[in-house]
Design a protein around this ligand. Structure first.
Ligand SMILES: Nc1ncnc2c1ncn2[C@@H]1O[C@H](COP(=O)(O)OP(=O)(O)OP(=O)(O)O)[C@@H](O)[C@H]1O
Ligand SMILES: [Mg+2]
Length: 397
């Protein structure tokens, strides 16, 4: 039976808190066994979901439980991990506090992105909407006596440039870009999600106040704040409410602060009205148009060796319905195909000094057609229809 990540997480977390309890009571044997079970569950998580954003945290936890096991095994009478006289609740809280403070900071990325508007292909409507609502007010706040929208929601199919757009906006206005993944924030490994939400907003306010520079708080997968991922009963409701309150702060009394919240989601229909209302701009990030696909093919095939017959305009027509990130993957797959041919060739040999190493052959239109047979678009037509239907009702530019 395969376990969902959430179940495995819960198992690991349960073992870990029991281990900490036994540890604090000085029950070494039981503590070691439970730490080991927690490690086993975390290792399984790492193996089954190698791309999870939380993996760094899981690894660190494994290491720290390992170290604790080693300490417990070596010394006869080691100190309990926490003060045994404190109440059980306090003990647990103290250990968890140490662990979660740092983890939360780690999940939040504050680097300055290097994506520019020009690199985001197509999506003119989306770019204009962001420009109007973020860049103009940041440049001339005096022209907006009634204030301006601070919450934007980017919605649309995966791989269409939502993250890129948010990054390009931050770059364009020379501001801070705080990037956080809401689904990771809901993980119980990071303590209570509602506290993380308020920490996140106060961090953003702090930057906006201190530096006087615009701050973009980018919350990816914002729908998970409403989801059922939270471990406690009622936890997700409190998290959502906390988020709504924080958004009111941004839209209301923090009116003069240059703090913007950009949320992104693939599942706009799972957001309710109180939530949507706080994102005054709701911007559809669609699949690339014919023109945009041509541009993307031109760009991604540019560095590749190819026959003159490889024509971006023709490819754009062929790959109707494919997303921008599909197109990137397709160009990469075509190029890798020719590299595999080199390695598979019976004459293949390691490069010899003085000899020019063998190069891939030129790509042909057939290469792309073959890949198309093996790769369906990552977004189905039903999905596209669902986005359009939602847009008709809720889009707000
Ligand atoms: N409009 C675009 N122009 C140029 N490249 C794009 C565009 N959209 C996507 N890409 C390419 O696809 C990759 C993924 O895009 P991005 O992460 O912005 O998608 P997303 O809409 O945020 O997807 P998800 O909903 O899965 O988070 C980018 O790194 C880029 O290489
Ligand atoms: Mg994204």
């Amino acid at each position: 039976m395969s376990l969902a990540p959430q179940e495995l997480e819960n198992t690991a977390s349960k073992y870990a808190s029991e281990a900490i309890k036994y540890d604090s009571q000085g029950a070494r044997g039981m503590a070691i066994t439970h730490y080991q079970h927690a490690i086993d569950a975390l290792v399984k998580l790492l193996q089954l979901y190698p791309h999870s954003k939380l993996n760094q945290i899981y690894k660190e936890r494994c290491n720290s439980y390992h170290n604790r096991i080693n300490t417990l095994q070596q010394a006869g009478g080691v100190e309990p991990a926490v003060d045994p006289k404190a109440s059980e609740k306090d003990q647990k809280a103290s250990v968890q506090r140490q662990e979660t403070e740092n983890d939360f900071e780690e999940l939040v990325m504050k680097e300055k992105p290097n994506v520019t508007w020009a690199q985001v292909v197509g999506l003119e409507d989306a770019k204009n909407a962001l420009r109007e609502s973020i860049i103009y007010p940041a440049k001339r706040p005096d022209l907006f006596p009634l204030g301006w929208p601070k919450g934007m929601l980017l919605y649309g199919p995966p791989g269409t440039g939502k993250t890129m757009l948010a990054a390009a906006t931050a770059n364009e206005m020379d501001g801070y870009f705080i990037n956080v993944d809401a689904s990771a924030m809901m993980s119980k490994w990071l303590g209570e999600a509602e506290k993380n939400v308020s920490k996140l907003f106060s961090m953003a306010r702090h930057y906006a106040e201190k530096e006087g520079k615009p701050v973009i708080l980018f919350v990816d997968e914002v729908d998970s704040l409403l989801g059922s991922r939270s471990s406690e009963v009622g936890g997700e409701v409190r998290t959502k409410n906390q988020f709504l309150t924080e958004m009111d702060g941004v839209n209301g009394k923090g009116k003069d602060l240059m703090l913007y919240v950009i949320g992104a989601t693939n599942k706009p229909w799972s957001l309710d009205w109180p939530f949507l209302r706080r994102f005054q701009k709701r911007i559809y990030v669609s699949l690339p148009s014919l023109e945009a696909r041509e541009h993307l093919f031109k760009e991604y095939t540019e560095p590749l060796r190819k026959s003159f017959k490889v024509n971006p305009a023709v490819l754009a027509k062929l790959f109707d319905g494919y997303s921008a990130s599909d197109i990137k993957d397709i160009c990469q797959a075509a190029q890798i195909k020719t590299v595999h041919e080199i390695f598979r060739s019976p004459d293949y040999h390691e490069p010899i000094e003085g000899e020019i190493p063998v190069q891939p052959r030129e790509l042909t239109p057939t290469d792309f057609k073959e890949i198309m047979l093996r790769r369906k678009p990552s977004v189905s037509t039903e999905m596209v229809r669902a986005y359009h239907k939602w847009s008709e009702e809720f889009k707000a530019l």
